[in-house]
Design a protein around this ligand. Structure first.
Ligand code: MSP
Length: 641
């Protein structure tokens, strides 16, 4: 058993449920998952947090466009996100949603604490707001008049608002970035220092122009700025400030892994919030690069996203995870192409690793009756293989310390390739022909089995299913995977190997590229769907024929004296004038209705609405939460059939 080494708390960003997640989000989560599994295997008490960032104007607008409540909208997308992580066997310990009650009440408590400390004050905000990024900008920060983060247009915003005294923490933030390893990579650190040195404005942390957010506890017409809401997830998920057990155990976080575009929030605003709360700061914020597609950032709205599920369905979780972790240099942007992915899968997985395992198992079955033999002699090739295999774990640890997943996997593949070369050097099929070389042959089989055992441990954090498959074939199914065992040789004794299916099938790259392009294209252009609407029960023509629809001209409109939601219309239909009351005061000003020609249900039985008679009904179409008037240019009084 590995001895316990203390705690390790690691987080992903909490993703916006503005649409389904794509391979870019998957990339970040796969890195955190691999790191969490690695640290666990090394003996740490790991906590891995992920979640969803569900408030804000953007989500509210999307939900409105879809005609559902924001809560119903996020519930559906978040269920999809959780499904994706389940499909990918992402082993998180907690999934926080910013709509969770536990989070909402804790964010409010945090707001109060900062207010009581004197770090939050009320003022008036006037500036530019980027809705997609949920960010305020000053004029001078804009690039060509657009949001400096995403390049999209910004809107003028002015409102009464609460402010956080970010400027108060300027010196401490400079010190943090300049004199510690808080933020990597280096390039980001310099960028952030430059940003702070321009001078930090106090940060507007409340909005009144929409309501999909957490209310300021003492002033509920304000909702708390989404980034204050979102960033605090890292501590509210641990119970701060009312249930401190997990918090005391795991805080400060060891690593927040985030994409480069949100480093600013994590390395300036987040530490300042923690300083205001007098809490320890996370040990590290690490910014990773982007996966690009055809030179651009993936974006659902541009229709250029890669769906991880398509790839998993075809190639399996481990192949995709291996590719993401092996191909890209951590911290830098990288381009995703099907061809590069398929080549990695074929060369590294099917050829190098898959071949090594299947050749070795076949040979042990053929030459040793399926039982792993002992080693008897040692020449320079044996020595070299042993040294490389047992030395790899330390090198992997070194690379993982730097989050260099690609290099960690490269170190493991040095062993894989060395073992394949060893087979070529030792030519066991020739040794097998000579009875006198039996001990040498046994030694070769032993050393290969041992090397594969070590590889099965080394790859475990990155591809645990593949590791388990290999261990099963090697007769190691009974043994626990222990990291320290990767640095020791000669641990196997008479295990019974058993050939199984190829751990990675070989792919016909050209055919696969063609197939993938077809799949990805059809995902971009979804077939036109024809899903029947949910309607009220069917009626007979006679039922319909009972309704007398007429064109009506609105001559007068005013607010109902006793009901905020009702408008009172005077409607002319040919020779007749009558009063109709409708519940649309929230959507229309009375004056904009005058002169409109509308459709009236003219023979509806009259009734009184808050004391005023309403004779008939006007038709409106629903557009999200709002109503739209249904108009016509036909003469008033005419029938509508
Ligand atoms: N909700 C905020 C984060 C709040 S954290 C307190 C947010 N969400 S997001 O859905 O836009 O996700 C951003 C993260 O997803 C990035 O920081 C990055 O980790 C990952 N990625 C999204 N697109 C990506 C690529 N194209 N490439 C790599 N990672 C990408 O920002």
């Amino acid at each position: 058993m590995t001895e316990k080494k203390g705690t390790y708390y690691i987080t992903t960003p909490i993703y916006y449920p503005s649409s389904n997640l794509h391979i870019g989000h998957t990339y970040c989560t796969v890195m955190v998952d691999a790191m969490a599994r690695f640290k666990k295997l090394c003996g740490y008490d790991v906590r891995f947090l992920t979640g969803a960032d569900e408030h804000g104007q953007k989500i509210q607008t999307i939900a409105e466009e879809k005609g559902v409540t924001p809560q119903a909208y996020v519930d559906e997308v978040v269920a999809g996100i959780k499904d994706l992580w389940k499909t990918m066997e992402i082993d998180y310990d907690d999934f926080i949603r910013t709509t969770d009650e536990r989070h909402v009440k804790r964010v409010q408590a945090i707001f109060n604490k900062m207010y009581e400390k004197g770090d939050i004050y009320k003022g008036e905000y006037e500036g530019m707001y980027c809705t997609p990024c949920e960010s305020f900008w000053t004029e001078s920060q804009l690039v060509d008049g657009c949001c400096p983060d995403c390049g999209r247009p910004v809107q003028k915003a002015k409102e009464e608002a609460y402010f956080f005294k970010l400027s108060k923490y300027e010196d401490r933030l400079v010190d943090l970035l300049e004199n510690t390893d808080f933020l990597t990579p280096e390039a980001r650190r310099n960028e952030m220092l430059g940003f702070i040195r321009q001078g930090l404005d106090d940060l507007c942390i409340s909005r009144t122009s929409f309501d999909w957010g957490i209310q300021v506890p003492t002033d509920p017409k304000h909702v708390i700025y989404v980034w204050l809401d979102a960033l605090t997830n890292y501590i509210t998920a641990l119970g701060y400030p009312d249930d401190m057990e997990l918090f005391n155990k795991y805080w400060p976080a060891d690593v927040h892994l985030v994409g480069k575009e949100i480093v600013r929030f994590h390395s300036i605003i987040w530490p300042a919030i923690l300083m205001s709360l007098d809490l320890p700061l996370p040990k590290r914020v690490i910014g990773h690069g982007w996966l690009l597609l055809e030179g651009g950032k993936m974006s659902k709205s541009k229709g250029n996203v890669v769906d991880p599920v398509t790839l998993i369905d075809r190639y399996g979780i481990d192949a995709l995870k291996y590719f993401l972790l092996r191909e890209y240099t951590f911290g830098q942007d990288g381009v995703f192409t099907n061809e590069v992915m398929l080549k990695r899968m074929n060369y590294d997985l099917a050829n190098d690793l898959g071949n090594l395992v299947s050749r070795t198992v076949s040979m042990i079955e053929k030459y040793c009756g399926g039982i792993v033999p002992e080693a008897y002699i040692e020449d320079e090739f044996d020595k070299d293989l042993r040294a490389i295999a047992t030395g790899a774990a330390a090198k992997v640890e070194e690379q993982m310390d730097k989050f260099a997943f690609n290099m960690a996997l490269e170190e493991i593949w040095v062993v894989v390739r060395r073992a394949n070369k060893y087979i070529d050097e030792k030519t066991p099929w020739i040794l097998a022909k000579d009875e006198a070389k039996k001990k040498e042959l046994d030694t070769v089989m032993h050393n290969l089995a041992e090397t594969i055992r070590i590889i099965s441990i080394l790859i475990y954090p990155f591809m645990h299913t593949t590791s388990e498959k290999i261990r099963k074939q090697m007769g190691l199914w009974y043994a626990e995977v222990v990291w320290e065992d990767a640095s020791t040789f000669d641990m196997m004794y008479q295990e019974q190997v058993k050939k199984g299916d190829a751990i990675f099938p070989r792919l016909d790259i050209e055919k696969e590229i063609e197939e993938l392009e077809k799949l990805q294209k059809s995902a971009k252009e979804p077939a036109e769907e024809n899903i029947p609407l949910e309607l009220k029960p069917e009626i007979e023509y006679d039922d319909f024929d009972k309704i007398d629809f007429r064109v009506g001209l609105i001559e007068k409109a005013e607010k109902h004296p006793k009901a905020d939601k009702l408008l009172v219309f005077q409607v002319k239909m040919g020779t007749e004038r009558r009063q109709i009351v409708s519940g649309v005061a929230e959507d229309f000003k009375p004056e904009e209705m005058v002169g409109q020609k509308v459709i009236v249900v003219a023979n509806l039985k009259p009734r009184k609405l808050r004391g005023l008679e309403s004779k008939g009904m006007l038709l409106f179409a629903e557009n999200g939460k709002r109503c739209e008037i249904v108009t016509t240019s036909a003469p008033d009084g005419e029938a509508v059939n």
